[in-house]
Design a protein around this ligand. Structure first.
Ligand SMILES: [Zn+2]
Length: 494
């Protein structure tokens, strides 16, 4: 049974999509506002959503995933004006950058419709929705702008748990993002101003407010009621609260069944801000030489409802974690390609009592169970690394036989479908690298190795040979074999 914490009910609930029999899930995730490069806090949310989608697909659901691009709002207009560019030209740069970043982090692109819907291309759907609201009296026109009448929607505040202040009648906000004006009437359509792009509408020239964009695009592509709406917790109010008011106000039907929100990200325990100098875009980190999969691991490995504290020490240990996974896989892959090259002794198997053919499927089941429990990634990863220890043990004691080797490779492939860490894109070791590696391991296993300078020198020479072939040897923890990793090139734009 899959369970998620639903912000709407404030409870962990069993996940039962609307099209349960067909195993179809409709999921909308708020896309980026393309006025700047996205920062790692943004990517925390996108990676949480990616894990959610991968997990549902792993469980056999067909996920219809829509993610919009907000290419017209207060921020994009201000940015384009600052740089004296046309809005479309300004937002195109950051839309493209965003897609490159997604690809670098191996985040599955939204799969419906074919291209991510852009707000500027969906204006008719927004106008149609606003017209419905005006007709019902839930929205009103004021001097060429249209506002949502919050008091006309009695359950306003049900997502954010804000109580409607009775004195807000007629209090209006024009800005897209606001924090304190609990329940103020907000703009659905903003009258054209000078230096702002504008579209024709029944209320004269103007442009949509940010909140109506997501209501219109999500319902256009997923229907009036759909399964999952996800995003960062900063979107709960006012954005998602307003989306509910707009959509349910227009259709009279429940808008979304499950609302999932991930917590914020801190850097060294502090809020990320440009003035504090602790503000990172993904690009900042990649150009400093950090591997994208390391960053993915950092953002993935804390449960989504726990605040994530981003530190450079955290990045370092994430890098080691990814490396342990990829090199173990590469080792298995090599044995698979070039043959095991040894006979497993039956008495060894009995003595050590490690049967990967039963241990790994059990581990897989526990990983699934952990994720079924509101995507408990911490438990899932602990299971992954317990299994990894076992595989490494079998590798170092030469206990892998053909069947268990296949099981190990299969294990990595399944885990990678869930985690998206590109473990299985690792290449098999070239024969020479493996030969030198095996020789070096024999030297290191020799009890005299700790004191014998000649043996140490031989091992060092082999390490140099391996490195000249483009691979790096890392000597493992006690009980784990040394591991090999292909040297990676510094990050280049995708
Ligand atoms: Zn949105």
């Amino acid at each position: 049974m899959i369970r998620f914490f639903n912000t709407l009910s404030g409870k962990t609930e069993e996940f039962r999509p609307l099209q349960e029999k067909e195993k179809e899930v409709g999921m909308y995730t708020c896309g980026p506002t393309v006025y700047d490069y996205a920062h790692i806090g943004n990517f925390r949310a996108f990676i949480f959503e990616d894990l959610l989608r991968r997990f549902l697909e792993y469980k056999g659901y067909k996920v219809k995933h829509v993610m919009n691009i907000t290419d017209v709002d207060d921020k994009t207009i201000a940015g384009a004006n600052r740089e004296k560019k046309k809005l479309g030209e300004f937002t195109e740069t950051y839309t493209r950058a965003f897609r490159e970043d997604l690809q670098a982090l191996n985040i599955l692109p939204a799969n419906y419709p074919k291209d991510q819907p852009r707000a500027t291309q969906e204006i008719p759907a927004m106008i149609e929705l606003i017209e419905k609201l005006v007709k019902k009296g839930t929205a009103y026109v004021n001097d060429g702008s249209v506002y949502y009448r919050v008091t006309a929607f009695p359950s306003y505040g049900k997502l954010s748990k804000k109580k409607l202040d009775k004195n807000i009648q007629g209090v209006r906000v024009d800005v897209d993002a606001y924090e304190k004006e609990d329940g103020a009437d907000f703009a659905l359509w903003k009258k054209a101003k000078e230096e702002e792009p504008a579209w024709d509408s029944p209320w004269g020239k103007g442009r949509p407010g940010w909140h109506i964009e997501c209501s219109a695009m999500s319902m256009k592509y997923l229907g009036e009621t759909f399964d999952i709406h996800a995003g960062g917790e900063d979107l709960i109010f006012p954005h998602h609260e307003n989306e509910i008011a707009q959509s349910e106000g227009a259709t009279g039907k429940p808008f979304v069944k499950y609302w999932l929100h991930c917590k914020f990200l801190l850097v060294n325990g502090e809020k990320m801000s440009k003035s504090k100098g602790n503000f990172y875009t993904l690009r900042d980190l990649l150009t400093k030489g950090h591997d994208p999969m390391t960053i993915r691991y950092v953002l993935l490995s804390t449960h989504y409802r726990t605040p994530l504290n981003f530190t450079l020490e955290g990045v370092k240990s994430a890098g080691e974690a990814v490396e342990r996974l990829t090199s173990c896989y590469a080792h298995c892959l090599h044995l698979n390609v070039f043959g095991i090259g040894y006979k497993v002794k039956v008495e060894d198997l009995t003595n050590w009592n490690v049967n990967l053919c039963s241990c790994l499927p059990d581990a897989r089941a526990r990983i699934e169970q952990a994720l079924e429990n509101d995507l408990n990634i911490s438990v899932a990863l602990a299971e992954v690394f317990d299994a990894l220890k076992l595989i490494n043990f079998c590798l170092s004691k030469k206990l892998l036989e053909e069947k268990s080797l296949k099981e190990a490779i299969d294990f990595f492939k399944r885990v990678d479908r869930l985690l998206g860490l590109k473990i299985t894109e690792q290449e098999a070791l070239p024969p020479d690298v493996f030969k030198y590696y095996e020789q070096r391991s024999t030297f290191r296993r020799d009890p005299r190795f700790i004191k014998d300078k000649t043996l140490q020198q031989l091992a060092d020479d082999l390490r140099a040979k391996i490195e000249s072939l483009g691979w790096i040897v890392k000597d493992g923890r006690p009980g784990e074999p040394s591991t090999l990793q292909k040297k990676r090139r510094a990050w280049e734009k995708v």
